[in-house]
Design a binder for this molecule. Structure first.
Ligand code: FAD
Ligand code: FES
Length: 284
């Protein structure tokens, strides 16, 4: 069992948890993830390691409540509670070296996974420009953390409620069009955002790394659930990635496979919400 050492709300329906998992905390590298199962009847879900502290044994994850399992975690799991399975670190770590000037982009929940990569790239001696964005101001988080590890940070919101109005790919395009020398871009967020960033950098030939959030089950290369296409070849995001060359990813296939179980996911959430309502009515 893995104890929750801390839980805090970062945004509506987004919580940060620190889980006591000393072995994972010691081994974790930026870019890697865990697979957790809340309880015996729970499903396995992958979550990126947003931070790890080998001294305290704490592993930080940030969870957006989008469906049955993440919702259940947000509703029922708090400080002091235990999670049944917490497996990791999984996936290949990010490539960290002194590339020169890098732009690290986090969109929505992607801000959490991009943070440890940004920090590691800064520590490796890069000049780091950060771009983080969300739909609205209240959905932004980790601005202070990102400011500390970036030489420059640009914040965007779709509706202009904070920072610049627009998408994260807009300032990226402007920076490149202005002729600034950029050696690498790391973009993490919704598939459409990562595709827009890869499209923006392609004409300039800037290497662009994206982190693919395909549906994962075992997380160890056994089930094939996370199959993606990169450069015309089939890859398993859990063991070959999750980071890949954004210019080679088949984003259409990724998007269609992400929607593969939408009906089952909707049923599972409805069943969970009904059970919760039943429990509330029973108490009344
Ligand atoms: C490598 C990786 C890292 C991730 N890191 C984070 C993170 O740090 N924080 C975060 O909030 N989310 C992260 N996700 C997404 C997270 O796994 C899903 O939001 C979660 O599984 C949804 O489960 P659910 O039962 O709550 O929702 P569901 O209703 O079951 O699913 C909602 C949507 O989430 C996606 N999803 C569902 N099941 C899975 C699954 N087993 N694997 C991957 N995606 C799934 C699908 O697109 C689906 O349509 C990551 C995904 C991957 C692959
Ligand atoms: S999650 Fe099963 S092969 Fe990748």
């Amino acid at each position: 069992m893995y104890r929750i050492l801390n839980k805090r709300k970062l945004a509506p329906e987004v919580h940060e948890y620190v889980i006591e998992a000393p072995e994972i905390a010691r081994a974790a590298r930026p870019g890697q993830f865990v697979v957790l199962r809340l309880h015996e009847r729970g499903e396995r879900i992958p979550l990126t390691i947003a931070d790890a502290d080998p001294e305290t044994g704490g592993v930080t994850i940030v969870v957006q409540e989008v469906g049955k399992t993440t919702r259940e975690m947000g509703d029922k799991f708090g400080k002091g509670d235990c999670i049944l399975d917490f497996v990791g670190p999984l996936g290949k770590p990010s490539e960290i070296e002194n590339f020169g000037t890098v732009i690290c982009i986090g969109g929505g929940l992607g801000i959490a996974p991009v943070y440890p990569i940004t920090r590691a790239l800064k520590d490796a001696g890069n000049t780091v420009l950060g771009i983080i964005g969300a739909r609205t101001e209240d959905l932004l988080f980790y601005i202070d953390k990102m400011e500390k590890v970036c030489d420059e940070l640009i914040v965007t919101t779709d509706d202009g409620s904070a920072g610049r109005k627009g998408f994260t790919s807009d300032p990226l395009t402007e920076i490149l069009a202005a002729g600034r020398k950029v050696d690498r871009v790391v973009a993490i967020g919704p598939a459409v955002m990562m595709r827009a960033c890869a499209d923006a950098t392609r004409p300039f030939g800037v290497p662009t790394v994206v982190s693919l959030n395909s549906i994962m089950i075992d997380g160890t290369g056994m089930c094939g659930g996370c199959r993606v296409e990169v450069g015309g070849e089939t890859k398993f995001a859990c063991v070959d990635g999750p980071e890949f060359d954004g210019h080679k990813v088949n984003f259409d296939l990724l998007l269609s496979r992400q929607r593969f179980y939408v009906e089952e996911e909707r049923c599972a959430l409805e069943r969970y919400l009904k059970e919760q309502q039943g429990a509330v009515d029973g108490q009344a």
